[in-house]
Design a protein. Structure first.
Length: 448
């Protein structure tokens, strides 16, 4: 406790860090306030069906990323996900399209162009998602005995409001990055996840003590211990690396000698981040569409099996898709050939491996080997919420026992603490830990 109080005092003494923390808190409060502002013409009392729809499945993921704004029919209902989708598309284009590859190599000017393209693409995605969200909202309101306003202008005007809300959330994220602490976009997602934790925790606490059940308190304590163990496993998954030694050859320029040192390239065990889980969840949502287009009992039973997120087949296929997407995403984001060329250009080589093609093949082999345990570990973490539900944990609280939410939470918290620690060390204060410095996930190619 004394160490914590001393660390808080040191943080408060650093004026720049204090200002950044207060700015971050201000932007977070603005974001949370906006998530409760309901769209014009919508009665909040009629949103019961929409909130029930977002209790599980992919809709729950969207609602989680928006901090509950999706189920509240808020002006921030579309959240930050359209921007993330656009960022992923642009990232993939930098791998496949020469024009974007050239832009990526232009430095700061190229980065500004790519950011501009990402914003334009975000607006395009929002213009498509806005009317789709309103169609779904209309269906849920009709089931509740209500309806959307019938005026012709409602859909275009509300779509513009939803687009403006998401772009404002994106702007808040960028301001947190520039003026606050941590990666702003990731921090916005983190706040949305944490916002659901207190309610989920209270519901689980109440359910364990309901009806004076014997052992309810013991079970709740065991659940908290299990949660901390899962968090520890996620930290290992986020931080895990395989270090490859690189020797730099000696070269003499004038009277000075350069090179002759050995460094290490850290290759991430989970270089794909949470993207494989997001892709796999999107694929698992497809069977739901067949229910509406087919009256076949076989198709209906198959779709029903894949709708049960605690069932064997759902989790088996889900885990296999995560492993496959981990390999796919790692392959398109990690370029061993480019790494080998950069190494050769800087007079570096891996001891015992010839520079050039042999180095690229060696790096590719190492990435394939370390991706397998990483992908299996990621798949296990992803299906842990299903096991938590099976043993009787409340569905809302079970989401924090693994999956996308916990991985993002762990990764963003580590990145933010790492940045705070950097400020402390620059001012010659002690770090946040006695045992060593905090390792974040900033070296990962997956930003979210």
């Amino acid at each position: 406790m004394k160490k914590i109080i001393e660390t808080i005092r040191n943080i408060w003494k650093i004026e720049e860090l204090r200002t950044r923390l207060l700015t971050t808190i201000l932007f977070v409060l603005i974001y949370r306030f906006g998530s409760y502002i309901v769209l014009p013409g919508i009665n909040p009392a009629d949103l019961v069906n929409l909130q029930a729809q977002t209790a599980g499945g992919l809709m729950s993921l969207l609602d989680m990323f928006s901090g509950g704004a999706f189920s509240n029919a808020s002006i921030f209902a579309l959240g930050i996900m359209p921007y993330i989708s656009a960022s992923i598309v642009v990232q993939l284009l930098t791998i496949a399209v020469p024009y974007f590859q050239k832009m990526q190599k232009e430095g700061e000017s190229g980065r500004r162009k790519m950011n501009q393209i990402t914003r334009y693409l975000t607006v395009g995605i929002l213009l498509l998602q806005g009317p789709t969200y309103l169609i779904n909202l209309g269906v849920q309101l009709r089931q509740a005995g209500s309806a959307l306003p019938a005026e012709w202008w409602f859909t275009p005007v509300t779509t513009i409001i939803l687009c403006a809300g998401s772009m404002f959330v994106m702007w808040l994220g960028e301001r947190i990055t520039d003026k606050g602490v941590g990666n702003g976009i990731s921090f916005i997602i983190l706040i949305g996840i944490i916002a659901r934790l207190p309610e989920a925790l209270l519901k689980e606490f109440a359910s364990r003590f309901a009806g004076n059940e014997l052992g309810g308190g013991v079970m709740f304590i065991l659940e908290i211990i299990l949660l901390f163990l899962v968090i520890s496993a996620c930290i290992l998954l986020v931080q895990g690396t395989r270090k490859i030694p690189v020797q730099y050859a000696k070269r003499v320029v004038g009277n000075k000698q350069y090179g002759g040192v050995r460094q290490y390239i850290p290759l991430k065990i989970n270089a794909a981040g949470v993207m494989p889980i997001i892709f796999a969840q999107a694929i698992m949502f497809i069977p739901l569409t067949f229910v509406g287009f087919s009256n076949s009992q076989t198709v209906g039973s198959l779709a029903q099996a894949f709708m049960d997120n605690t069932g064997f087949w759902y989790n088996f296929v889900f885990a296999m898709l995560i492993i496959a997407f981990t390999y796919f995403y790692t392959a398109i984001t990690i370029n061993p050939t480019q790494m080998a060329e950069d190494m050769k250009r800087n007079n570096g080589f891996i001891p015992g491996i010839k520079p050039g093609k042999k180095t690229a093949e060696y790096l590719d082999l190492i990435m394939s080997r370390i991706t397998l345990p990483g992908s299996v570990f990621l798949a296990i973490v992803a299906i842990l919420p299903a096991f938590a539900s099976i043993i009787g944990i409340n569905m809302q609280f079970a989401q924090f026992f693994g999956g996308t939410s916990l991985l993002i939470l762990v990764g963003v918290v580590l990145d933010t603490l790492q940045q705070i620690e950097s400020y402390l060390l620059m001012r010659h204060y002690d770090g946040l830990l006695k045992s060593g410095r905090i390792k974040g996930r900033t070296s990962s190619v997956a930003a979210y």
